[in-house]
Design a protein around this ligand. Structure first.
Ligand SMILES: *Cc1c(COP(=O)(O)O)cnc(C)c1O
Length: 419
């Protein structure tokens, strides 16, 4: 492992919690070079919703590569792009009555967020974006300016401007009515808040600690946006593609955001791919105004199209996620109840779930113990106090039970050490 420490920058991070060299992976399992297998309940931070190396998605890619099809073509028209757009329209947009246009902003989630913020500013002519406590939207400067975490913000090295943070749902523990502060600032000409272009929000905050916005709160936020001519941006990069059940995480609230960002699991196989979706009348871009070399990445079009075909033509997949989610929630509740001394709690939506520790460092210790015993889990939250579950959505019950058993034992060990 010396080469990593000698050559790779100190900025590397996930590898520090899982100090081994991984070689192969299939489904919900990843294996290291010593042959030790781990159940992967992190799934690339939600990039592998359909598991590692899904055979049908991999086959689509291999077939495409075998025939000398175009791999790189900037944003030129390609057959792969046509098939993706046709399938996305037919399988995702039309059945949901969504009139979005699709922008390919570059391959990473932050590209989709930057495009969304630029577009909102261009369309409205305003600069300020409202974001929410503990939100995470990426590491480029525009996205970082609407991100909460102080350590990550500190890395910017320049002032992060043109954003204002507001309390996310339940941030004030129900002490104040929803949106009291936001509405007060918007309505008071003396508040000092410049007229915002948009709000950007996650329906469930993944990096921020699996904080779930209620459907009522999301509808309320949409109302505030409509009343005050602000665009409503949902960042669905981590919670989209079925993580919470439906394809879009906002479907449960019956809302229709103006702009939506997707990435992470969109390609299905873990290839870099992102889109920014915008309601038709918002498409005020000039040609080339937001550009990038790696947009139209054809291999990702191919695997994304295959994933839409395979999982999203009916609601079976969503239903299966919801049933597994209920089961997992029940298992986590049992762990919470078994350890009153740790002051645990659990929360989540769909298969994005968190086990919350009263003492933050015990969450990290639990993840380390899990790693030793063959389970990958990460912490999240402002103080890394939440053990975060993002298992592949098609994890079998057998693997779920194995993973939960490792977690259960890890919490028991931590509780004993801590007593
Ligand atoms: C991961 C993530 C991003 C950033 O995506 P990158 O590909 O890391 O740039 C933005 N928003 C949310 C909600 C994310 O989870």
């Amino acid at each position: 492992m010396q080469v990593f420490e000698q050559v790779e920058s100190e900025v590397r991070s996930y590898c520090r919690g899982w100090p081994t060299v991984f070689t192969t992976a299939r489904g919900s399992t990843i294996t290291d070079e010593s042959g030790k297998s781990y159940i992967d309940f992190f799934a690339g931070a939600g990039t592998l919703n359909y598991g590692h190396n899904h055979p049908a998605l991999k086959k689509a890619l291999l077939d495409y590569l075998a025939e000398d099809n175009v791999i790189h073509s900037l944003d030129m028209y390609s057959d792969a792009k046509r098939k993706f757009l046709e399938t996305f329209k037919e399988v995702i947009l039309e059945p949901r009555d969504l009139d979005y246009k699709v922008q390919f902003p570059g391959p990473a989630g932050n590209n989709a967020v930057e495009a969304a913020l630029k577009l909102a500013r261009k369309y409205t002519g305003s600069e300020t974006i409202i974001s929410f406590t503990n939100g995470f939207h990426g590491m480029t400067l525009g996205a970082l300016a609407v991100t909460g975490n102080s350590m990550k913000r500190g890395g910017a090295g320049v002032p992060l401007n043109h954003g204002t943070t507001m309390p996310f749902d339940n941030y004030m523990d129900g002490q104040t009515p929803d949106f009291l502060w936001l509405r007060s600032l918007l309505e008071d000409p003396g508040s000092g808040l410049d007229k915002p272009a948009a709000v950007i929000v996650e329906t469930v905050q993944g990096e921020g600690g699996i904080n779930v916005a209620s459907s009522e709160w999301l509808r309320g936020l949409q109302d505030v946006c409509h009343e005050h001519d602000m665009l409503f941006i949902v960042d669905d990069i981590q919670m989209g593609c079925g993580r919470t059940g439906p394809f879009f995480s906002f479907e449960r609230a019956g809302i229709k955001p103006d702009i939506v960002t997707l990435s992470k699991s969109l390609s299905g196989l873990g290839l870099p791919f992102a889109v920014t979706l915008m309601r038709e009348h918002l498409d005020v871009w000039d040609p080339g105004e937001h550009n990038g070399t790696f947009r139209g990445y054809a291999p990702a079009f191919v695997t994304a199209t295959a994933a839409l075909d395979l999982f999203w033509r009916d609601d079976q997949f969503t239903k299966a996620v919801e049933i597994k989610a209920e089961w997992l929630d029940g298992e986590l509740r049992k762990i919470v109840e078994a350890h009153p001394e740790l002051g645990l709690s659990t929360r989540g939506q769909g298969l994005a779930r968190g086990l919350v520790f009263e003492e933050p460092e015990l969450a990290g210790q639990t993840c380390r113990e899990c790693f030793e015993n063959g389970l990958l889990m990460e912490t999240s939250g402002a103080e890394d106090e939440v053990v975060k579950f993002l298992p592949p959505l098609n994890t079998s019950y057998e693997e779920f039970e194995q993973g939960v058993a490792i977690l259960r034992d890890a919490v028991k060990t931590i509780a004993k050490e801590h007593a």
